[in-house]
Write a protein that binds this ligand. Structure first.
Ligand code: ATP
Ligand code: MG
Length: 427
């Protein structure tokens, strides 16, 4: 037998049993973003490597170790996108979406990072993100946080995620803080791991993001970013906190929250959960007022977040087993004999005309009644419709409930759609 070929490690197939759950999650997300007036943007999966180096930052995990970078046949360096913000800004600059304009955008799609695969961490994963341009905040910061909160509400998981916020201040404030932090870290250098020691010189704020518990222990006494904030950022942050409270959003200020990408300033936030082990951040974002200009555009303030869809789906499954399962069919149509088979085909088509939101599966491949009903059960349908030669002659079907103890009934073709509509709705 020929050797089978397998998928790339850390890149998952989305099989039929779970694709329905994904569709449902994606559908809810689309509804929520639309209710805030955000519009979709779709960008290519591959970009110039330069784009990510310049935006995410040279000394970040993503650019240092995680990018899928390759040379194409012309010798240009290309990279599979590791995140969506850089591409959004690139596209916005290229097509003049930002200058003197406001934009509220969203995207959804695969991202690629060469990480060690584990639960909640993959090499191809999917993000949904929103990005708002041309607005200084903090009103828009509150809006994007409320939008994310509405998603938790829609998925019934408000109790299982917590909001952490922080402010990174202006570039100047961050520079001042950086000096104070380096001074502190130098005093404790022997307790830092190799990564943190290296970052101390290249990108000291990233040390705060370390996942090493020993490093985190050292950081307990580190100076706080919030003490170094410039007056304007302080005002921005206190207004943000005030508005969040007014909107009934609970949050925790985490002065060590810095995010793993270099382009953030002022507001940063993360939604975290205890239910997913180490991969606890479901959604993360913040302001990035300098990025549009940094990538060659006229300056435009910006704020956004990205949400990891695998983590969201995992969390939903953890909270309620089977919560996302969706049957392939609601109505399974069985037919016995040539004549009935042909009538069933037409019946199914006219039912689909009348009830476009209902899922009909027509039995194919023949077989006796027992075999057909077994398939009907496997499809997850609520009811089976049975057609034999008697039914065809009388223009009726036999309706057999599959999920509840109830006797079957005979229904005329003409009243079938109405009966099914009320049955499926009552489900
Ligand atoms: P982490 O700290 O978990 O590595 P990150 O800071 O690298 O996350 P972001 O770049 O902010 O993550 O991406 C936003 C969200 O995308 C994360 O909060 C997470 O839900 C999801 N995400 C990031 N990397 C992965 C991955 N490799 N596999 C699955 N989801 C991911
Ligand atoms: Mg990461």
């Amino acid at each position: 037998m020929a050797k089978t070929i397998q998928a790339i490690r850390g890149m998952n197939d989305c099989l039929p049993q779970v694709s329905a759950a994904w569709q449902r999650v994606e559908g809810t997300i689309r509804q929520v973003v639309a209710s805030y007036g955000y519009q979709e943007i779709r960008t290519p999966i591959v970009e110039s490597t330069e784009l990510f180096k310049r935006s995410i930052g040279e000394v970040t995990d993503i650019v240092e170790k995680e990018m899928y970078t390759f040379e194409d046949r012309n010798g240009d360096s290309l990279t599979l996108r590791p995140e969506g913000t850089a591409s959004c800004v690139r596209a916005g600059n290229e097509h003049g979406l930002f200058y003197n304009q406001q934009q509220r955008l969203w995207y959804m799609g695969p991202m690629f990072r060469h990480e060690r695969p584990q639960k909640g961490r993959y090499r191809q994963f999917h993000q949904f993100g929103v990005e708002a341009y041309g607005l200084e905040g903090p009103d828009i910061d509150v809006e994007v946080i409320l939008l994310s909160a509405r998603l938790w509400k829609a998925f019934g998981m408000t109790q299982h995620v917590k909001l952490q916020i922080n402010s990174l201040g202006s570039n100047e404030a961050r520079q001042a803080y950086r000096d104070a932090l380096v001074q502190f870290l130098t005093l404790h250098e022997e307790k830092l791991d190799e990564d943190s020691r290296r970052r101390m010189t290249t990108n000291p704020l990233r040390v705060l993001d370390s996942k090493n518990p020993q490093v985190q222990a050292v950081l307990e006494d580190a100076p706080s970013l919030l003490d170094c904030l410039d007056a304007e950022s302080k005002e921005h942050f206190s207004k943000l906190c005030e508005r969040l409270s007014q909107a009934g959003i609970q949050y925790e200020v985490n002065p060590r929250l810095v995010r793993g990408l270099d382009y953030y300033n002022r507001t940063v936030f993360e939604w975290v959960t205890d239910s997913l082990g180490a991969q606890g951040t479901v959604c993360a974002g913040g302001r990035y007022d300098g990025l549009v200009e940094q990538l060659g555009g006229k300056p435009s303030p910006a704020v956004g977040f990205a949400l990891g869809l695998e983590r969201l789906v995992l969390l939903l499954e953890t909270l309620e087993e089977g919560a996302l399962e969706l049957a392939a069919a609601e109505v399974y149509i069985c037919a016995l004999g040539e004549e009935a088979e042909s009538a069933a085909l037409n019946l199914a088509e006219s039912l689909r005309d009348e009830l476009p939101h209902c899922k009909f599966m027509l039995h194919c491949g023949g077989g006796n009644m027992k075999k057909q009903l077994k398939r009907a059960d496997k499809s997850g349908a609520t009811v089976a419709l049975i057609l034999g030669s008697d039914e065809v002659a009388n223009r009726t079907v036999t309706l057999k409930p599959l999920r509840i103890e109830q006797s079957q009934q005979t229904i005329a073709f003409d009243s079938l759609a109405a009966t099914l509509a009320s049955l499926i709705k009552a489900e």
